[in-house]
Design a protein around this ligand. Sequence first.
Ligand SMILES: NC(=O)c1ccc[n+]([C@@H]2O[C@H](COP(=O)([O-])OP(=O)(O)OC[C@H]3O[C@@H](n4cnc5c(N)ncnc54)[C@H](OP(=O)(O)O)[C@@H]3O)[C@@H](O)[C@H]2O)c1
Length: 318
Amino acid sequence: MPINAAAALQKQKVSLVGQNKTAVVVGGTLGIGAATARLLAKLGCRRIIIIGRNETRGRTMLQRMKELAPKESDLVVEFVKADLSDSKGMQDAARVIQETVGDAGIDYLIMTQNGTPAGRNIKENADGHDTAFAVQAISRFALAYLLTTHGGLAPNAIVMSIANQGQTLDSLDIDDLSLKAQLKAGLGAPALFMNQSKRDSMVLDSVFEELNVRYPQHRYYSIWPGLVKTEEFDLGLVPGYIKIMMWLGLKLFGTTPDQYANFPVYLLLAPDAQDKLGSGKYFDRVLNPTQLGKWSKVPKNREALWEKLKEIVGVRET
Ligand SMILES: NC(=O)c1ccc[n+]([C@@H]2O[C@H](COP(=O)([O-])OP(=O)(O)OC[C@H]3O[C@@H](n4cnc5c(N)ncnc54)[C@H](OP(=O)(O)O)[C@@H]3O)[C@@H](O)[C@H]2O)c1
């Protein structure tokens, strides 16, 4: 029976007032991230830090969160401008986030930055990788890894990625994460788009499973949002027949960002979440437990990818 997250949060009178919690929402200027940040503000989170590139939207979000917060939460809001398109941007962002948060550490690190698969329109970043892939997947590894290993997280912190989950691209060559060989071979836009989407999901599954194995003192969740009609949702970016599938999907089970935000927030905050959902870390759009994709279940695949991502981001083991 799927969880009715909004009703459960209300029924259990979930509130963060007086708990002195700090949330960092990466990609919090828009869409699912912004809606999640608004709900955390409404529920009394003490401190919320929004990460994104767009300063105007960032400032608007700070104002909106202040309006929504209960007076007694005494909410402190901050915006950190960061571009997660390449390894330098990721390293700078991790450093500035940690400096901004200070010694208390992050209680909830929620990552919703969007790198929509580019199909055949791949743009290379400064490291020579597909920029969309860098934002969607590499930056989630970089921020989670750097903030975990450099003491940026509070004890019992929860790290959450909201993105595709559970797909697999078994043919992936970890020396060609940007799928340049497929682009060069002339693969059509819809097929390349699907493979990029599977690759993103598979890389994130592998990263989150490794995080859970390596750092059991924290919880690392990866959840799929389904189809959410965000402010800038643009079917025009989607090639071929996939556009029709997504249009239909939106009609049948699409949600708004504010409706959807109840699910990640339920998982983060509801006292009965772990009893109801078990110890799994991967969930679908209504918090049914999901499996890792086939490739990600193999430890040696994940370990090889982990080393490759460290090399790409330019981090050393600490
Ligand atoms: N919406 C859906 O139906 C859906 C379905 C499946 C999966 N997802 C996944 O769910 C996540 C959230 O999606 P969404 O629809 O909420 O996305 P969205 O509305 O496009 O918002 C994306 C956020 O990412 C930030 N961002 C984009 N590029 C960035 C960069 N280079 N550096 C830093 N921040 C960047 C944007 O902020 P700035 O513009 O301020 O930088 C914005 O706050 C994404 O990973 C998406 O792929 C969404």
